[in-house]
Design a protein around this ligand. Sequence first.
Ligand code: FES
Ligand SMILES: [Fe+2]
Length: 370
Amino acid sequence: MYSEFSSSPTRPPAAEDFASYPASWYLFCESRQLKDKPFSQRILGRQLVAYRKASGQVAVMDARCAHLGADLGCGTIVGETLQCPFHNWRYGADGVCTSIPHAAEIPSFARLRTYPVAERHGSVFFFNGPEPLFPLPFILDADPADFVAGKTFRYVADCNWYMNSAHAFDTQHFAAVHDRRLLAPPSMDCPAPYSRRNSYHAEVIGHTVFDRILRVVAGRTVNITLTIWGGNMALITAAFDRVRSGFLMDMQPLENGQTLCQGIIYARRTRNLLRAFTPLNLSIRRLFTFGYLADEARRLRGTRYNPASLGPNDKDMIEYFQWVASLPQTAPTTINPEAKEDYDEETDRSFDVPVSCGSTSVIASAAAKG
Ligand code: FES
Ligand SMILES: [Fe+2]
């Protein structure tokens, strides 16, 4: 274990201490995928469906019909409700069945679990718990209305979700993988509940085409902030001498232990003639960011969490693992007891873990578990 390396009491958590699917926000689909039909997919170990009600809001709920399990993604939107393609049971956005053809009454089991939804910049997000523990994250102290978003990029990282988000606190890899030489020790804090941030100042020292262009166009040094929310969602800002950028990275745990990474680039909304260049601006930023991250994913294939091999040099990462292992895991809202086929008891551990950001009790409880 860790004691082979150090007598420090800081111990990494056991792998079993991490949630399969942390309670957080996840990117579900693009808004344009919900034009006039529902959309369903398997995500976080269960089949979920999204549809846009006639009044305009989007609802997300379990996709398996409470009757015989038909996929509501193949159903029809009828006003505010979603109609099953099999025997035409209809569900409201609260998951409750509102009508059954030729039935005198609606059985109590005819209800589906629903999820909080947020729609922003043409993307639909849901929170996998009964109530959001925190608002859909954005760049701190910035108003999403002042920004436009680029087209989502995607890649699969060959490691689990907490290994992937731990990169933000893996100080050593900034130089080894990204050619960023730290100009001062990084600073770590928790700017809000359920968030943890690493801020550092670095020099771009790489020799790739991307880094050469960056130095000329943006500047030689950069202030970076990496803020992880809920363990799976990252907001990254980079302030170069002449250019500022920001993007969101949604890390979705896959059932095979890998992580689907979905990135959205932001650029400031302009109201003058420069507006015509916004799509080009977003495309260039997307190219650089995607290139930077996809290269990392290629080089870091097959990395695995192993608490026994973490040492003193990994202290920041270990503290991150302790924090993330202490976050609450998801719990169901309304659940149909007859339709538990996709329900994973392990994900239902609770919302009762008190997480006060950065508190020693959280760290202590994680350490005790490990
Ligand atoms: S399976 Fe949905 S109404 Fe029968
Ligand atoms: Fe990285």
